[in-house]
Ligand binder design. Structure first.
Ligand code: HAS
Ligand code: CU
Length: 577
């Protein structure tokens, strides 16, 4: 972890530098390999809703729709996202600060998550744990599944001490300065995820692990669900916030502009840290045992968590407009068409943002208790999360990989036009797919239903009304499959066959602090003639913000959990697949 200094900035030694690159490449390749398996199964689910059952042809690899759905959800939503988050949230801050991260901890993070993933894969592919990615008890899978999950979650928390150490060293070098932006955002994300982890940790370590190991015989499903959503809601921001780091800190540069407000970016992340935590039970609006008073409070809190994303929408739209106008765009929307649309990395991320407008709007519908009564447990919900995590996050990470692969390997990106095509195919496929899902959901089609298992005549009788939207789901799934093929030809092709290229730097953007701008990835300091905005100074108190968040989280959960604990039931395990 030794460093040399270059001008004012400390630079890591070349040897640690290449070790960091290799490890980051490990996170990237492992994460995207998980997505490859998970996403390849996706079209099967889409075709299921179109009435086409391909599962009988996939034996012995996959036995049932539920097994396929479990593999799909776990690999895409947990493994892929965790690897990308744990890579990016360490690599970018380390580069921004010019310091090298604690490699031992970062390797341990990688190692634990790899072992956890392998255990999960065995537990899922041997068909012992088709409990879906929410693993609600009393469904009961094998010990490998829960222990693997435990390792994955524990590993994913390691970036927090790494970041605290990085920021501590930075502060000793530059006392009194505010934390550089990408580091600030990464740290806020990890503090949020640290508090979020308590729910899953309690559920796994206190309830599920002892239960599957035979140390206890029964489990209470309501408590387990509540603890699950303690983590399960904020996890969506653990998926989203690393994508936001790219939107705020990198994309403006790639789009030819600047980030228009550094303080707005900090504010967004501080608000996401605060509001992500206490709202988890909005996934339980239809659960018994939670007082209606809390359901109303949760509605208000959930609408608050949309606020930082609305700030993001305006900040990013203005940052992109700034870039588009610098590139010669004129008129009301000329800036939009003037963006560098031929750059696959930019196109993927801007298309991800556009998709997220609809995903976010759906989220606001879900967040309202009354409206959620209509859409809960219908296929509307997977429609919502394929726009959010499945596109806003996943396609942003795909866009990041287009510059990061060349940056890490020193080789060129193979077939950049195919990369661009993959982004458009994903966007078009997902739009058709999610539109069909939202529509069919409003017609009452349930989520997680093996509808193609029933005879054609019964399918027609039950789902006749929803034929058209369900057909769109299937069509969208097939287009998404083409997108996956295109993306992985580029991704694996670039890894294996591309030629030596020129070194690609990290595209850290310029950001406006007040009126003056500075380069993210360079020391901030106090800008010439301009005091650091008071807001940025106030938001430096991340410890205080975290403590406040912990307090309101307990204030929200104790009244919800206490009656459940007093009336705890005892369910034995079920295996229904
Ligand atoms: Fe959600 C269910 C509420 C965001 C993921 N959500 C889910 C599930 C997942 C998920 C996986 O309240 C299903 C879990 C399960 O299996 O049961 N969600 C919300 C709300 C938001 C939200 C209020 N969700 C997300 C994100 C996710 C995600 C982000 C993943 C990454 N969600 C819910 C609720 C449920 C739920 C209920 C339970 C429903 C039920 O019944 O089970 C908000 O955070 C959304 C705020 C977002 C916005 C959009 C801002 C737009 C931006 C783009 C700007 C575009 C630009 C382009 C700049 C307000 C930032 C410029 C170009 C121009 C041309 C202008
Ligand atoms: Cu939620």
């Amino acid at each position: 972890m030794s460093a040399t200094t270059h001008g004012n900035i400390a630079l890591p030694h070349a040897s640690t530098d290449s070790a960091e690159r290799r490890l980051m490449l490990g996170f990237l390749v492992f994460g995207f390999s998980a997505l490859f398996i998970g996403a390849s199964i996706g079209p099967l689910q889409a075709l299921n809703y179109g009435g086409i059952n391909l599962y009988p042809y996939l034996r012995p690899l996959l036995q049932t729709y539920y097994q396929g759905l479990t593999v799909h959800g776990v690999l895409n939503a947990y493994v892929f996202t965790f690897f990308l988050a744990c890579g990016l949230l360490v690599y970018l801050p380390a580069r921004e600060l010019g310091l090298s991260p604690n490699l031992l901890l970062w390797r341990a993070c990688f190692g634990l998550m790899v072992v956890g993933t392998l255990m999960l894969l065995v537990g899922m592919f041997d068909n012992s744990s088709s409990v879906l990615y929410t693993f609600y008890p009393p469904l009961k899978g094998s010990a490998l599944f829960y222990l693997g999950l435990t390792l994955l979650v524990v590993g994913s928390l390691f970036p927090l001490p790494i970041l605290l150490d990085l920021r501590g060293r930075w502060r000793r070098q530059r006392p009194g300065e505010i934390t550089p932006l990408a580091t600030y955002m990464s740290l806020a994300t990890m503090l949020m995820w640290f508090l979020a982890g308590f729910g899953a940790a309690a559920e796994l370590l206190v309830q599920l692990d002892p239960w599957v190991l035979g140390l206890t015989q029964t489990v209470d499903p309501s408590i387990a669900r509540t603890l699950f959503w303690w983590t399960g809601h904020p996890i969506v921001y653990f998926w989203l916030m690393p994508a936001y780091v790219s939107w705020y800190c990198l994309l403006p540069k790639q789009a030819g502009g600047k980030l228009v407000s550094d303080p707005a970016a900090r504010m967004t992340f501080a608000l996401l840290l605060i509001f992500s935590l206490p709202v988890g039970s909005h996934h339980q609006y239809l659960d018994p045992g939670i007082s209606p008073v809390w359901k109303v409070i949760l509605t208000a809190l959930t609408l608050s968590v949309a606020l930082p994303s609305l700030i993001t929408a305006f900040t990013m739209a203005l940052s992109l407009e700034y870039g588009g106008r610098l590139r010669g765009g004129r008129g009301v929307l000329g800036w939009f068409t003037a963006l560098p649309w031929r750059n696959a990395g930019v196109a993927a991320q801007v298309l991800a943002m556009i998709t997220y407008i609809f995903g976010g709007a759906g989220g606001v519908v879900n967040g309202s208790w009354q409206l959620d009564n209509i859409v809960h447990n219908t296929i509307w919900i997977p429609g919502h999360f394929h726009l959010t995590v499945g596109t806003a996050t996943a396609m942003t990470f795909m866009g990041v990989s287009f510059w990061m692969l060349p940056h890490l390997t020193g080789r060129t990106l193979l077939m950049p036009r195919l990369a661009l095509a993959s982004a458009w195919l994903w966007f078009i496929g997902m739009s058709i797919f999610a539109f069909g899902m939202h529509w069919a959901g409003l017609l009452g089609v349930p989520r997680r239903a093996w509808v193609s298992y029933m005879p054609q005549e019964a399918y027609d009788r039950v789902y006749g009304l929803a034929h058209l939207p369900l057909g769109l789901v299937a069509l969208g799934g097939v287009i998404l499959w083409l997108a996956v093929v295109a993306f992985y030809l580029v991704f694996f092709g670039s890894l294996l066959f591309s030629r030596q290229g020129t070194e690609e730097p990290i595209p850290f953007a310029q950001a406006f602090h007040r009126r003056a701008s500075y380069a993210i990835g360079q020391p901030v300091g106090d800008l010439p003639g301009e005091p650091t905005p008071k807001l940025a100074r106030a938001l430096e108190h991340l410890g205080l913000i975290t403590a406040f968040t912990a307090f309101i989280t307990l204030a929200a959960y104790i009244p919800i959990l206490w009656p459940m604990i007093r009336n705890a039931t005892q369910a034995t395990g079920w295996n229904v697949w």
